[in-house]
Design a protein around this ligand. Structure first.
Ligand SMILES: NC(=O)c1ccc[n+]([C@@H]2O[C@H](COP(=O)([O-])OP(=O)(O)OC[C@H]3O[C@@H](n4cnc5c(N)ncnc54)[C@H](O)[C@@H]3O)[C@@H](O)[C@H]2O)c1
Length: 302
């Protein structure tokens, strides 16, 4: 089950946190892994450690440094993977950082940098992988392609203190759904995970206390708990699962249902709505005690 022998995986942001656990997971399943992270001292040291730990498992790993959102760095990452291992089969977009702030407190740089690292970071790497797999398919070659994006529940529920991160993650979901539609005819799957885990990112944010390790018992927010789903979605067994979004943490996976239309209202007088008609129709549904969704982020009990 889940055998990835001979397969080649790229993981961005694999020096630390979730990316590191996902890299180790894929290596345990037999994949050769290209570790990527930003060229900054802490990140480089961590990424080198991930490579060493994978080698200690008896698997192969290569380190490529660079900014995940930079077109040239992403091209270099993909080319190095191809030159080193001869193919790319699994592309895991994971790298990113937060600069949390409410809408009114956020400056342009905070917005641009977070949208860039997450949304553009996914875009440039997804473009490289999907173009490569499409090219192989068109040349009549066999294709094994698995694309996994990393979003967040902030994308669907909103996050009042993350006016940059939530929209960036929502863009990632939309981009991955489009990729799934494009790539289905080539047998390539494209899915999104929305993890919850204790990492440097969450230790610095508003979930730090919530995600703290328990003194005893199962550590639900250990990032190790997220990696098996990534391993499964990368595997041959999951070849028919595409265009899905899954929240993953602890011992559970929640499949997010596809959005669908809710209540439908037709103008009772026909033709273009008048304000009065809308009020008559919609006030039946939006009654005075209708509760607006103020904060979607909640951690249901396991
Ligand atoms: N931890 C959670 O609960 C949680 C929840 C939802 C989504 N996520 C997402 O999971 C992913 C991994 O986050 P994490 O929690 O492991 O955080 P983390 O901070 O532990 O790891 C992020 C990694 O990305 C790297 N990175 C940052 N900027 C980069 C860049 N420009 N180019 C290349 N690498 C870069 C960092 O150096 C680091 O190794 C992120 O996309 C994050 O938004 C995490």
């Amino acid at each position: 089950m889940g055998d990835l022998s001979g397969k080649v995986a790229i993981i961005t942001g694999a020096g630390r946190g979730l990316g590191r656990e996902e890299a180790l997971q894929l290596a345990r399943q037999g994949a050769r892994v290209v570790i990527s992270d930003i060229d900054m001292p802490d990140a480089v040291e961590a990424a080198r450690q991930t490579v060493e730990d994978i080698k200690a498992l008896g698997s192969e790993a290569t380190l490529v440094l660079g900014d995940c959102a930079d077109t040239n760095a992403a091209a270099n990452l993909f080319k190095t993977a191809l030159d080193t291992y001869g193919d790319v089969n699994i592309m895991i977009n994971n790298a990113g950082f937060c600069r949390d702030q409410t809408l009114f407190g956020m400056d342009d740089e905070q917005f641009d940098s977070v949208v860039r690292v997450h949304l553009r970071g996914h875009f440039v790497n997804m473009r490289n992988a999907t173009k490569y797999w499409r090219g192989k398919a068109k040349a009549g070659e066999e294709v094994y392609g698995r694309l996994i994006s990393t979003a967040s529940e902030a994308a669907i529920f909103g996050s009042a203190g993350q006016a940059n991160y939530g929209p960036a993650k929502a863009g990632i979901v939309a981009m991955t759904m489009g990729a799934a539609q494009l790539m289905i005819k080539y047998g390539v799957t494209c899915n999104v995970i929305m993890p919850r885990a204790r990492t440097d990112m969450t230790n610095a944010g508003m979930t730090a206390e919530l995600f703290a390790a328990p003194e005893q018992g199962f550590d639900a927010f250990n990032p190790e708990n997220v990696a098996p789903l990534v391993g499964y979605l990368s595997s041959p067994e999951a070849g028919h699962i595409s265009g899905e979004v899954m929240v993953v943490w602890g011992q559970q996976v929640d499949v997010i249902q596809r959005p669908s239309f809710g209540p439908n209202f037709q103008n009772p007088r026909g033709g273009k709505w008048e304000i009065e008609d809308l009020h008559t129709s919609l006030s039946e549904y939006f009654t005075a005690d209708h509760t607006p969704v103020l904060d979607g982020f909640s951690v249901p009990p396991q």
